[in-house]
Design a protein. Structure first.
Length: 267
């Protein structure tokens, strides 16, 4: 509301010294929009006059900006309501959610056990809800991965800290979490009869396995990859004689890129 808090009042109210107040404002609250005046501490007036921009920034930072029109008028009275969103409830993960959130806030390095496998020196960046499923977006050996919270059994906080990368944050916003899974993902494709012999003669796809030869001469093939994005250029090079059957997200991404290429050709 624009109120100014004199240091003497804060010292009396909270029974602390002026030195403690300075430390708290200069260290613990350094990122808060608080300014020091001759009279005392107050919120930056810009935070009260630009509420609309602050709301928009918050929605963008947590990935919800696409749910509202770009010119949505924010005001004191709420005009929209999201009811019963389909999502895993964070409460089911108990203290795990809090531990990971604190590690992210403090840029702390962790060791985690995911799906029974211990991974050390993990840099946690964000807790991400993608299509209703909670993931930890983190880097390991410089590579971005997603770890399903439901598969994380243990987390050990280290004393060391890491320096966050802006490019990693941008990639987290851009990529789907299932594309970055730390588990091997299975890609199921159907190969047309015209190029079937090429796939029979050599393993063109990573960890390729022939599942079935169909009656029309086409092949049903599986491929296991650590990152779906790595196989995308290879699949595009064999289109349209190759069709992705699953996962659906990979199929949709190929379709999206195809339409984007057609739009560029029109230009």
């Amino acid at each position: 509301m624009g109120e100014v808090l004199p240091p003497e009042q804060l010292e009396s109210d909270y029974q602390v010294s002026e030195k403690t107040l300075r430390r708290d404002f200069n260290e613990r609250l350094v990122n808060a929009p608080i300014i020091r005046t001759n009279e005392g501490y107050r919120l930056d007036p810009a935070t009260r006059t630009s509420g609309n921009q602050n709301h928009q920034k918050l929605l963008h930072d947590i990935g919800l900006s696409a749910l509202l029109p770009k010119q949505y008028p924010f005001n004191e009275q709420a005009t929209v309501l999201f009811k019963n969103p389909r999502s895993e409830l964070p409460e089911q993960y108990g203290s795990l959610f809090k531990v990971l959130a604190e590690a992210i806030s403090n840029h702390g390095i962790i060791d985690l056990t995911h799906d029974g496998k211990l991974t050390e020196q993990v840099h946690p960046y964000r807790l991400v809800n993608d299509r209703g499923i909670w993931y930890l977006a983190a880097t390991h050996s410089g590579q971005l991965y997603s770890y399903r919270l439901a598969k994380i059994s243990q987390v050990h906080r280290q004393e060391d800290k890491y320096t966050p990368s802006r490019k990693v944050h941008e990639e987290i916003h851009r990529q789907g979490m299932e594309w970055l899974t730390a588990d091997n993902a299975e890609v199921l494709v159907q190969v047309d009869q015209e190029i079937a012999s090429r796939f029979l003669e050599a393993s063109i796809l990573p960890n390729q396995q022939l599942l079935k030869e169909l009656s029309d001469g086409s092949l049903l093939i599986s491929s296991r990859v650590s990152r779906l994005s790595d196989i995308l250029p290879l699949l595009k090079s064999w289109m349209p004689q190759l069709e992705v059957l699953s996962p659906a997200s990979l199929k949709l991404e190929l379709i999206r890129e195809l339409y984007a290429s057609l739009d560029r050709c029109k230009l």
